[in-house]
Design a protein around this ligand. Sequence first.
Ligand code: SF4
Length: 363
Amino acid sequence: MSTFGAAAIPALELGEPLATREATAEGDVVLSVRDLCVSFPSDEGRVRAVSNLSYDARLGRTLAIVGESGSGKSVSSMSVLGLHNPDRTFMSGSILLEGEEIVGAPQERLQRLRSAKVAMVFQDPQSSLHPFYRIGNQIAEAYRAHHPVSRSLAAARAVEMLDLVGIPNPQRRARSYPHEFSGGMRQRAMIALALVNNPKLLIADEPTTALDVTVQAQILDLLKELQREFGSAVVLITHDLAVVAEVSDDILVMYAGRAVERGSARDVLADPLHPYTWGLVQSLPSASEQLEHLRAVRGVPPSLVHLPTGCSFHPRCDFRDQVPGNACVTDLPELLPAPGSVARLTRCHLPDPRGSLRGQALR
Ligand code: SF4
């Protein structure tokens, strides 16, 4: 695998430098999502997949969006790419990608933004790479879609990208078809395809779920290294807190289409303030723990067609008796700064979440 220093990237003459950013710096907001609501019809009724979601993604930082299946994490990021069916999906709120509004933008505009400014790595590279085209050609064509260069220059760029993501003998492997790659190599090729146009935002949706554990670790290391090199903002969609701990700077926890907790990854994992996040952290095995001592979050996520009243988590929450009155069942809590931590936001009626959760953990 190549090193990522500029000197190790001989094909910089091909076009824009891989690792430079003009007019933006680490920490700058690339993506700003505000009050996003996404819903669509189904046989059972309207599915409220995302409700009033707000967050920022910043250059050089990885934001993990965490939650169980059906929490809205993938739908919200598909919306950022405009990958929803505009005839069946109702969207409101705002998604600004470098100041450009995505909500309501025409498909032609969205198509141009995809890959030029934002790219996505999916869970299953097998279904994202075209089985009939050579890997190198697919990467080269993605490059030519946004750069007026010859086929040979684009092919050289594809080889450069395969080298960058650690594919051995990239010149030869560029001529391979996807079925000739292992799962880990296909995911590396997908990452090369996603990054070939140097997007400012990379959305990685469960990028390691389909891989075995050792390959998972390699892909996570690769994502970390590439982010350092490219300086992109990364939004990582995952249900796996171990993955979050490995690579993320910030965390947004989603439940039933809403953000329930937000903060730096270090703080949220060490000291969760929402009972749902607390449950997820408690269910993580540690090296010293026996599996029978693990606590799972009881129950199942609610239907997004028939959301519970009040706090959506109340049917599964072991702490609702600590909230005065029946507020958990009747009133939707707001996402507010936690007591004593302005940088942490949580959506819970508990008057002293730290005290309640720590008390339960000691039992
Ligand atoms: Fe639990 Fe009530 Fe907090 Fe919801 S608002 S997480 S039900 S304590």
